[in-house]
Design a protein around this ligand. Structure first.
Ligand code: SAM
Length: 272
């Protein structure tokens, strides 16, 4: 049991552990690898999608840290520790950056406390993003984040795990209303091409976890209602500000995305 009272269940797959498996991590069980292999078989680009997502998240954190003056991050649905976690990227550029990691999976709390709380500017809390008030009021959030100053709220690969009836736009709105102007919102999200791959993948996710929605760019942008979506808008994650690191340009020309890279989108917005 964790201090929060929930326990790690190795008999049922978890989103965090399946994702860890796709990223090549070791924090997963046979039951997670089984579902991960279904994804790899039916959606052979699953691994590419996971890496394209992490790469866009890393670029967003670096960009926020180096260009906006924002030094406080809330990483909602943060996942198991992996390469280049948010605090490592932010603190590499701006050492005083503070990060609160939030995840519903008790294993994230256990591994996160060991690996992510490397210094007194990083905390990991176990909470449900669908209950934003609980995250906002959590003592460790209050300890780390000064809500009088701009905050970067990271929704990286989490809002697609919130079903329509659970009001994902309402969750973003909650945070929009709690943070001051000059705050940033990063979103990455499964991107629907209304193609057989995404229909099939949505079916597998719903059957396994009861959650998982592929949304169009317009639907993803509407989750950021009331915020100013910055250039280049909501676009495939591999294209999002990729020129900065040379990912977009290949021998001087724009490279073609693979079919899989079209299935994950990213965008950054600012509260005016
Ligand atoms: N944000 C990381 C990234 O982009 O690489 C991890 C994304 S992973 C696909 C989704 C994470 O969200 C998992 O760790 C899962 O446990 C967590 N998650 C799913 N539903 C959640 C909820 N309702 N509240 C908090 N975390 C949740």
């Amino acid at each position: 049991m964790t201090s929060e009272g929930t326990s790690i269940d190795a008999t049922r797959p978890s989103i965090a552990r399946v994702y860890d498996y796709l990223l090549g991590g070791k924090d997963n069980y046979a039951v997670d690898r089984e579902i991960g292999d279904v994804f790899k078989r039916d959606l052979p680009g699953s691994v590419a999608i996971a890496f394209a997502n992490r790469s866009a998240l890393t670029r967003a954190v670096a960009e926020i840290a180096t260009t906006t003056g924002v030094t406080q991050f809330i990483d909602l649905g943060s996942g198991l520790p992996t390469a280049d976690n948010v605090h490592q990227v932010a603190q590499r550029h701006v050492p005083e950056s503070r990060v609160v990691y939030v995840d519903i999976d008790p294993q994230v709390l256990v591994h996160g406390r060991a690996l992510l709380e490397e210094n007194d500017r990083t905390r990991v809390i176990e909470a449900d993003v669908r209950d934003p008030e609980a995250v906002y009021r959590h003592p460790e959030t209050r300890e780390m984040i000064d809500f009088e100053r701009p905050v970067a709220v990271m929704f990286s690969a989490i809002l697609h795990h919130v079903n329509d009836e659970e009001d994902p736009a309402g969750i973003v709105r909650y945070w929009r209303d709690r943070v001051p102007s000059g705050s940033y919102f990063f979103v990455s999200h499964f991107r629907s091409g209304n193609n057989p791959e995404t229909v099939e993948a949505e079916k597998v996710l719903q059957q396994t976890f009861g959650r998982g929605r592929w949304r169009t760019d317009e639907q993803i942008a509407s989750l950021l209602d009331g915020l100013e979506i910055l250039e280049p808008g909501v676009v495939p994650a591999s294209l999002w500000r990729a020129e900065a690191v040379g990912e977009l340009w290949n021998g001087g020309g724009e490279r073609e995305l693979t079919v899989w890279e079209h299935l994950i989108a990213a965008g950054l917005a600012r509260k005016a």
